[in-house]
Design a protein around this ligand. Structure first.
Ligand SMILES: Nc1ncnc2c1ncn2[C@@H]1O[C@H](COP(=O)(O)OP(=O)(O)OP(=O)(O)O)[C@@H](O)[C@H]1O
Ligand SMILES: [Mg+2]
Length: 200
């Protein structure tokens, strides 16, 4: 299976999502995280640990081509602000295009724009993923979800809460599931997204 992570905005959790969905797929088969962000490697996530803490391989796009057939599953992390052509290429070149979206970034207009751009690829399967969702008592997550449903934006049921455990995990070069009980709790969000894409 090929899952691509893309968004019109930067800093919305693309790399974090790519890493944790790759971890989900790594339990199902041999998995590669492909880094298509020319500005910096997703491997920057684990710059200190050189990938040792992660259950999948990480390669920059240019080095992956002769190895890609060795993998059951590929997750592609992409750069922020893709061109329209990049976006439609991503959408048609994968089984699922995941678009991380933070409530704080007021995403409705951007996602309507994205939906319009992707309408030229009617066969594309894409969904927005609410991530970095502020905890109770904030209602921002729920309000954003309602607005996206209203705007007919395809959306994952599962969402990813805001948790400092993600920052700690990224600094340590490990998965968030290794960050104590809160880490396990928020990892369950990515597992639920994985199940929505892959099945059980
Ligand atoms: N659910 C979350 N809760 C709290 N912080 C998060 C969460 N997800 C990601 N972050 C943090 O937010 C920052 C941006 O995340 P990330 O690097 O995944 O975004 P990105 O979309 O890949 O950014 P870029 O556009 O720069 O590639 C990182 O510091 C990351 O640790
Ligand atoms: Mg990134």
């Amino acid at each position: 299976m090929i899952i691509t992570i893309a968004s019109l905005k930067g800093g919305v959790g693309k790399t974090t999502t790519a890493i944790h969905l790759a971890a989900f797929l790594a339990a199902k088969g041999k998995t590669l995280l492909l880094d298509n962000d020319p500005s910096k490697y997703a491997i920057g996530y684990d710059a200190n640990s050189d990938g040792q803490g992660l259950p999948f391989d990480v390669l920059p796009m240019a080095r992956a081509m002769n190895r890609i057939t060795q993998y059951d599953h590929v997750v592609i992390d992409t750069e922020a602000r893709p061109s329209d052509d990049d976006l439609t290429d991503y959408a048609s070149g994968c089984d699922m295009l995941v678009v991380p979206t933070t409530p704080a970034a007021m995403p409705i207009e951007g996602l309507v724009l994205l939906a319009n751009k992707l309408s030229v690829v009617p066969e594309a399967d894409w969904r927005a993923l609410l991530t970095i969702v502020p905890p109770f008592p904030s209602t921002q997550g729920r309000e954003t979800r309602e607005a996206l449903v209203e705007a007919k934006i395809p959306l994952f049921e599962a969402e990813i809460p805001r948790a400092v455990a993600f920052d700690h995990a990224s600094k340590a070069g490990v998965l968030v599931s290794e960050m104590g009980s809160r880490g396990k709790e928020v990892w369950a969000g990515y597992e639920a997204v994985g199940r929505e894409i892959y099945g059980q």
